[in-house]
Design a protein around this ligand. Structure first.
Ligand SMILES: NC(=O)c1ccc[n+]([C@@H]2O[C@H](COP(=O)([O-])OP(=O)(O)OC[C@H]3O[C@@H](n4cnc5c(N)ncnc54)[C@H](O)[C@@H]3O)[C@@H](O)[C@H]2O)c1
Length: 272
């Protein structure tokens, strides 16, 4: 597959989980990265643990909340000044709603999920388009990380499912609208993967007794699909690297004819 050496890429949500795996892979291929993320501590750890200093890539970290217009602008300004153009925008950041059904989803939780998963994604894509369009040679790329929850109704709570359906529509419209401006837009929809997303949500909303091990009405999630059992007898689900590989494929030259696609990386969950 083509490499990302010398490519200029803006990553939203690159400090943990799938974003961290993607940033690591891109950096090691020699990409020039601008990474926006809320979690400064995790980003520092990633840089140290993975040795993301001194090349072959470059990494500029913009700490802050993607819902803050000035933080988004700082990342875009850096890309504009240092690169002039972008080869790819990756919107990977996302937050979970603790599987909360609609009648238990108050405005605070709903807005929190929709802001990160949809509203800032829309604004980031919109505001990066001038850096992406009229790309020289093969098209520039936008990749949005959605979820199987963008295709089925049972993998999370009401706000999360709404948000992930919404970004699918956004991606398809971008794919259509900018195809003659040399920009492709695609979505990766992960199934269950081993990351801290659930732990982060539980930490953010400690007082919400939403998860219920007894499987009561508040825990409305249909079981994730496993591909078998690991050596310890645990369900084998996906890893952040599985999603990073899918993202790397979608921004590669080999995917130049892939536009408006949804790549499910879910062990077959949405197919069954
Ligand atoms: N883990 C799963 O099982 C799973 C399944 C389906 C879809 N997804 C989606 O995959 C994407 C990545 O999730 P993950 O599992 O790697 O989660 P994660 O929690 O490990 O990583 C999410 C990253 O987004 C960042 N982020 C969150 N809110 C932010 C904000 N307001 N501003 C800036 N950065 C912010 C976090 O700091 C973190 O680095 C998300 O869009 C998520 O919805 C995850």
């Amino acid at each position: 597959m083509s490499t990302n050496e010398g490519r200029n890429i803006l990553v939203v949500g690159g400090a943990c989980g799938m974003g961290a795996a993607t940033v690591t892979a891109l950096y090691k291929q020699g990409a020039n990265l601008v990474v926006l993320d809320l979690n400064e501590e995790a980003m520092e750890e990633l840089i140290e643990d993975e040795g993301l200093e001194g090349g072959p890539g470059t990494l500029h970290f913009v700490p802050g909340d993607v819902n803050d217009a000035s933080v988004r602008q700082a990342a875009i300004d850096y890309a504009t000044q240092e690169f002039g153009k972008l080869d790819a925008l990756l919107y990977i950041a996302g937050v979970l709603d603790l599987m909360c059904p609609a009648h238990k989803t108050d405005d605070e939780l709903y807005d929190y999920v929709m802001d990160v998963n949809v509203n800032s994604c829309f604004r980031m894509c919109r505001d990066c388009l001038p850096l992406l369009w009229d790309h020289e040679g093969l098209p520039a790329s936008i990749v949005i990380v959605g979820s199987v929850g963008g295709e089925i109704g049972s993998s999370a709570g009401a706000a999360y499912i709404t948000s992930k359906h919404a970004v699918l529509g956004l991606a398809r419209n971008l794919a259509h609208s900018y195809r003659f401006r040399n920009v492709r837009t695609n979505v990766v929809n992960p199934g269950a993967c081993v990351t801290d997303i659930l732990g982060n949500a539980m930490e953010k909303w400690p007082d919400r007794e939403i998860m219920d091990e007894e499987g009561n009405e508040l825990y409305n999630v249909r079981g994730a699909v496993a591909l078998g059992l690991d050596a310890d007898g645990n369900n084998l689900t996906g890893f952040p690297e599985d999603i990073a590989n899918a993202i790397l494929y979608l921004i590669s030259d080999e995917a130049h004819y892939v536009n408006g696609a949804v790549l499910d990386v879910d062990g077959g969950w949405t197919a069954f």
